[in-house]
Design a protein around this ligand. Structure first.
Ligand SMILES: NC(=O)c1ccc[n+]([C@@H]2O[C@H](COP(=O)([O-])OP(=O)(O)OC[C@H]3O[C@@H](n4cnc5c(N)ncnc54)[C@H](O)[C@@H]3O)[C@@H](O)[C@H]2O)c1
Length: 256
């Protein structure tokens, strides 16, 4: 029987590429996104490529929504074998300017949302008594400093911490927990970061993006499909012995 992968924020960007790749790998795909219209369009495109998929509306910052997505996945496809906490938001602000509202918003989505996703996935995977894989979106900003991304960076450091702790707690149930740390990926998120840098530093549109791309040792920006290749491995049985890791896939920007 085909396994089932839930992908939050799967309507576009990296999440969409994860759905396409895991669909080709043979998973049934459940996309959860706040933007249900776009999620439905993405699912239609998947179906045209022979990928069995459904879309469920969900705001990851609401605990009930995360449990609802899992319920819908089980109702439609019978199980949840892989749960990808992919949805996340960005903010461009110097630390001295971060407002309480913005701080609350980004932690609610990136950190609280990841906790709720882990909880919803764990409850179902424990019931299945067959293990499972939880995969979280971290970032190179979850490992090192990037100016003007202070709040974002703090949330991604938190995601890395959660990944490590959950991996230790859930190993006894054969549930692995890992994270992917992309670099500079050409999605709407980077369009927004670039626009934020224009406001902050008075740069020209596209300048901040180009600066970052010029610093990539492999000399090209990253595609969502580059990320999907790593996540395909993390979701596969080949990764059964890996847990607690946050793996960079960034063209060589960071070396440890
Ligand atoms: N783009 C990059 O360069 C980059 C680099 C490192 C890490 N990441 C991480 O990868 C993940 C995906 O990024 P992306 O570039 O594809 O972003 P994106 O903005 O292109 O897409 C994000 C998707 O998540 C959805 N979403 C946002 N908030 C949500 C919420 N509260 N509940 C449900 N859905 C929500 C959006 O509707 C959208 O479909 C994020 O966690 C991001 O932090 C991205």
């Amino acid at each position: 029987m085909s396994k089932v992968a839930v992908i939050t924020g799967g309507a576009q960007g990296i999440g969409k590429a994860l759905g396409e790749r895991l669909g080709k790998d043979g998973f049934h795909i459940v996309i959860s996104d706040m933007n249900i219209d776009l999620a439905n369009k993405t699912v239609e495109a998947f179906k045209n490529n022979s990928i069995d998929a459904i879309a469920v509306q969900g705001d990851i910052s609401k605990q009930d929504d995360q449990f609802h997505v899992v319920d819908q996945a089980v109702k439609q496809f019978g199980s949840v074998d892989v749960f990808i906490n992919n949805a996340g938001i960005d903010q461009v602000e110097a630390v001295e300017d971060i407002t309480p509202n913005n701080l609350e918003k980004i932690f609610n989505v990136n950190v609280f949302g990841t906790v709720y996703g882990i909880q919803a996935a764990t409850k179902q995977m424990k019931k299945q008594e067959n293990g499972g894989k939880i995969i979280n979106a971290c970032s190179i900003a979850g490992k090192t400093a990037f100016q003007l991304l202070g709040a974002y960076s703090a949330t991604k450091f938190a995601v890395r911490g959660l990944t490590q702790v959950a991996s230790q707690e859930l190993a006894q149930f054969n549930i692995t927990v890992n994270a992917y740390c992309p670099g500079i990926v050409g999605t709407d998120m980077w369009d927004r970061i670039d626009a934020g840098m224009v406001d902050y530093k008075g740069q020209k549109p596209g300048e901040a993006w180009q600066e970052q791309v010029d610093n990539i040792p492999l000399k090209r920006s990253q595609t969502p499909e580059d990320v999907a290749k790593l996540v395909s491995y993390l979701a596969s049985e080949d990764a059964n012995y890996m847990t607690g890791q946050a793996i960079n896939i960034d063209g060589g920007i960071e070396v440890h």
